[in-house]
Structures are given as C-alpha cells and as structure tokens.
Design a protein around this ligand. Structure first.
Ligand code: G3H
Ligand code: 13P
Ligand code: ZN
Length: 311
C-alpha cells in the first residue's frame, strides 16, 4: 500500500464517529513503536513531522523510515507536515513525498492567513496532497514559538465558514482550550474544553473534519516514573481522555499527540538507566522505550481515538 492523503481517512472517521491519531516522529524507535501498535490494532495512522524533527533527523531519513513502516505494516499511513510555518516548507515537503501538510497561519491576521493558506492549497491540490489550516491560537510551545496563555485565543466559529470556503483547506485545526506541551493547566485548575465552539463550528460546516492539536493527556504514571528515577518535572496536567473521546465522537477527525510519546520514552529510559547502571548498548535501553511507546499508542488507538480495526 502506498502512502495515502487524509481525504478518505477523515471521511470514514467523521462518519464513524472516531478520530485518527496523528503522532509526531523524530527517529526510528518512535516510528516503529507507533506503527507496530497500529499494525497490531489494524488502525489507520498519521505520522507527522515538525520543522524541528526535519532539522534533527533530516527529511530523507524520516521519509525513508516511513516508507519502511509502510512496507512492514501495509497500513494506510499519511505522512504529514506538522505546523508548516510558510509556503516554502510546505512546498519542500510536498515535493519531497509528503501526502499532507499543515500550513499554520494562525498567528497572522485573518486575511493574511487566508492568502497564505490558499497559496499552499493551490500548490498541494494540484499534486494530490491534502492541507490542514489553523484558525485561533493555542497556548504552549511548538518549535521555537512560545505562545503565552494570555496571547492564546479561541477560534471564532463565525470566521470558520469563510476561511474554509475561501482557502479550500481539507481540514482545520481549531483552538478550544487544548495547548501544546506537558503543562496545559495550572495545578488545581479544572481542565475544560469549549465543546460549544466545536459544536457551533460543525453546525456551520457539517461533515468537515476538525483537528485537535495539543491533545496529550500527560500520562501521570510516566511523570511519576520520571520523577522517581531522578527527573524533576513539576505537576503536569493534560487533556482528560474522556474529553478526547467526546471530541472524537464529534467533528474532530485528527488528534495530535506528541508530548505523551516524549514522556513515555523519557520515563522508560530513566528507569532503565537507573536499574542497569552498567549497560551501555543502545539496543538494550531503546528496546523497552520502543515497547513503551507501542503500549501507549495501542492504548490511545483503542481507548481514546476509537480507530482500532478501522484500517
Ligand atoms: O506542536 C508541536 C509538536 O509537539 C512538535 O514539537 O516542534 O518540538 O518537534 P517540535
Ligand atoms: P501535545 O504537546 O499535547 O502532544 O500536542 C502535540 C501537537 O499538537 C503537535 O502538533
Ligand atoms: Zn500542534
């Protein structure tokens, strides 16, 4: 099976009331952990690459790893650019074999976001590549951009229809209270999402796929392991899984998860290093880390996204 774009995947997800997991990849163990879980659970999956991941691992290594995952699993897999900042990076990924790109114009003025997004859509659609846009702004850190809670703002449903119609985007990331990173809510703060905004958006655009960024739940057992074995993470609070399940049953077709993978990998490495201070073979400490990622992803596919068995 070749790489696919997100069109058919999102159509089925919308109709079936589930979401596709979009997991960030940076190296071989992460690609394998995710796709082995997807294979065992017969789930479609999106592997996404940020500008930082491209800088770290190089475009060609990541595309070849994803090609290898396809050969190994024969699953429908989308290779997606996460948070494309400008036309050039989107073009480079489209020309370099990606089947989906995000153009993140969310920090631009409305008209500028429309113009930039449309330019990417025109280039991508001619080449069979799907495009995700963004309206509204999440708090948290992505690449080198740190958006403070005060500067974050919810998506205005009144703007969504015009944005989608004028740009022709295939899916849209909206801001309803999720945020990037491990510190989404302050200690003591009750996690809340603006489901009223999601509902209003889907009323205005029935059948249109919505994307949720910043959707890690910040697995508490991993935070505890990290701190038990020498880490120093302050209280970290993520998005409760029942909220993600609810979003997946609504118009949300793609749920982005990165921080949970990072925590799983870090927890596993810290524990292994502590328990085996004399080991120095990377295969020894990276194997349990890969297994832990696989276990985490399987849990998300089955219990959170609802996409197990949908490949
Ligand atoms: O939203 C951002 C993703 O978690 C990717 O993070 O830009 O540090 O690779 P990164
Ligand atoms: P998390 O930081 O919540 O995992 O979000 C990841 C993300 O949105 C990638 O685009
Ligand atoms: Zn994101």
């Amino acid at each position: 099976m070749p790489l696919v774009n997100s069109k058919e995947m999102f159509k089925k997800a919308y109709e079936g009331g589930y979401a596709i997991g979009a997991f960030n990849v940076n190296n071989m163990e992460i690609v394998q952990g995710i796709t082995e879980a997807a294979k065992e659970n017969n789930a479609p999956v999106i592997l996404q690459v940020s500008a930082g991941a491209r800088k770290y691992a190089k475009h060609v290594y990541l595309t070849k790893l994803v090609e290898a995952a396809i050969a190994d699993t024969d699953l429908p897999i989308v290779l997606h650019l996460d948070h494309g900042a400008d036309f050039e990076i989107c073009k480079s990924c489209i020309d370099g074999g990606f089947t989906s790109v995000m153009i993140d114009g969310s920090h631009h003025a409305f008209e500028d976001n429309i113009a930039l997004t449309k330019k990417v859509v025109d280039y991508a659609h001619e080449r069979g590549v799907t495009v995700e846009g963004e309206l509204g702004q999440l708090a948290g850190i992505e690449d080198d951009v740190n958006v403070s809670a005060e500067n974050a703002h919810f998506t205005d449903p009144a703007q969504v229809e015009e944005f989608v119609t004028r740009t022709g985007v295939d899916s849209l990331a909206i801001a309803i209270g999720t945020s990037h990173g491990a510190y989404k809510f302050k200690p003591g703060q009750k996690p809340e999402l603006r489901f009223d905004i999601l509902e209003e958006v889907s009323k205005r655009l029935p059948g249109f796929p919505i994307v949720l960024h910043g959707a890690s739940s910040v697995t508490q057992s991993d935070v505890q392991i990290i701190n038990q074995f020498g880490g120093k993470m302050p209280d970290a609070i993520g998005i409760p899984e029942e909220m993600l399940r609810k979003a997946a049953s609504m118009a949300v077709c793609k749920i982005n998860i990165d921080s949970d993978l990072r925590l799983a990998l870090t927890a596993s490495l810290r524990q292994y290093m502590f328990e085996h201070p004399d080991h120095f073979d990377p295969r020894q400490y990276l194997s349990p880390a890969r297994d832990h990622i696989k276990e985490l992803v399987a849990h998300k596919l089955i219990n959170v996204l609802g996409c197990a068995g949908k490949a």
